[in-house]
Design a protein around this ligand. Structure first.
Ligand code: NAP
Ligand code: ZN
Length: 368
């Protein structure tokens, strides 16, 4: 059965926040969820506050979100939202604040308490009672596509990994994509996040759950990223290019909302959890060995859409974009496969996946 569902309104273009105030203000008291610096550095926080103040909408800022948000911090965010009486969320930032806001919106209306029937970890089962508070998103990185996915990826120390929850009530009502907010991204963050978007598109296109609709979006998104490979390497951006990259990232998000990801992501989580390697960089280290193993026609279409003539050109791009600063041991890699093999998205891979195969991909990608 072909099914396509994308409930988020996506507004793309310079000043889209100012030009669509009614889509930004969807309640009476706002909670702004953002990172320690991304809201301010991108300029998005100032713009949003200006609009809220002009419209006399009270707001509270929760700018405590760290990279790879940890689940218990989200519970605190939910408590903050409840105590302030906020009835909607404006999330500003990269994937970390955007994912965090989704969990906060659930905990805001569902307090995890002993014997209450709702435990902190029940969020992963989607078994909460009350509707989360509604949200809008202003992304400041062009990578995760979290502004258009129902996923939130949280760090779970209990299981020594990152784990996602899916919540259809957590789709953002509106996503505002303005390239001004990603123009001054640190160059390495711009590279990592673009590679994350590229991985979503490649993993979506090669996924067992791909459909004719997601295929179109993947090829379109890959062709945008392919157009700007040199800009990504050299750090040469304009607002228009940044807006296009945000659009490519959103296309990746729409795709993985339907297909999910593959082992590139689940294996990458281990690199982030144990070595603190940024999400997109972790995926970028692994995607070449993944793509080499998929059906040759599908792989060739990805390369063609990226405007690349060979696997070597693809590898060369990844090597130029991603520094190598970590050492790994074979024992570490073997240990990580114990967790990564249990991930749900193993089943979506276009080829059979075993622990041995994951170990081989880790070794070829990371050793030497
Ligand atoms: P991020 O962790 O949100 O941000 C990375 C760094 O960039 C942070 O230090 C952040 O600062 C900074 N930053 C962000 N925007 C900036 C700007 N405009 N100017 C200057 N600095 C800026 O990175 P991300 O790659 O976007 O998100 C990664 C997270 O998303 C991971 O947890 C990953 O698992 C998740 N993810 C989610 C989905 C999904 O579907 N929901 C998909 C893929 C990945 P601050 O610390 O101040 O914010
Ligand atoms: Zn990702």
């Amino acid at each position: 059965m072909l099914k396509f569902h994308m409930p988020t309104k996506v507004l793309v273009g310079e000043n889209c926040v100012f030009e669509n105030k009614a889509d930004l203000i969807i309640g009476k008291r706002a909670l702004i969820v953002t990172g320690k610096t991304s809201g301010k550095k991108s300029g998005a926080l100032d713009d949003v506050i200006k609009i809220l103040e002009n419209e006399k909408i009270p707001y509270h800022v929760y700018d405590k979100i760290e990279n790879n948000p940890e689940i218990n911090h989200m519970v605190k965010g939910g408590e903050f939202a409840r105590n302030c009486g906020c009835d909607f969320i404006i999330a500003i930032g990269g994937g970390s604040p955007l994912d965090a806001a989704k969990a906060i919106s659930v905990y805001a209306t569902n307090e995890p308490k002993e014997n209450s029937g709702f435990d902190v970890y029940d969020i992963f089962k989607g078994s909460y009672k009350n509707k989360p508070i509604p949200m809008v998103a202003v992304p400041t990185t062009a990578g995760t596509g979290s502004e258009v996915t129902p996923y939130s990826i949280l760090t779970l120390h209990k299981e020594k990994t990152k784990k996602s929850f899916t919540c259809v009530d957590c789709f953002y009502k509106t996503a505002f994509l303005d390239g001004r907010y990603t123009l001054n991204l640190p160059l390495q963050v711009a590279k990592n996040t673009a590679i994350d978007a590229m991985c979503h598109l490649i993993e979506g296109y090669t996924n067992k759950k791909s459909s004719p609709v997601t295929d179109c979006l993947c090829l379109e998104g890959l062709s945008i990223i392919g157009k700007y490979v040199d800009n990504l390497i050299n750090g040469n951006f304009s607002v228009d290019i940044c807006t296009e990259l945000l659009w490519a990232s959103a296309l990746g998000g729409i795709v993985i909302s339907h297909t999910g990801t593959t082992i590139v992501h689940s294996m990458g989580y281990q690199l982030t959890y144990f070595k603190d390697i940024p999400h997109g960089m972790a995926n970028g280290y692994l995607v070449y060995e993944y793509l080499k193993r998929v059906d040759s026609k599908r792989a060739a279409s990805c390369l063609y859409a990226l405007g690349m003539e060979s696997f070597d050109e693809f590898k060369n791009f990844l090597e130029k974009a991603l520094p190598r600063e970590h050492n790994f041991t074979e024992d570490e890699l073997a240990n990580w496969t114990e967790t990564s093999i249990k991930a749900k998205n193993v089943a979506s891979c276009p080829f059979p996946v075993t622990k041995n195969l994951e170990l081989e991909i880790y070794k070829r990608s990371l050793l030497n």
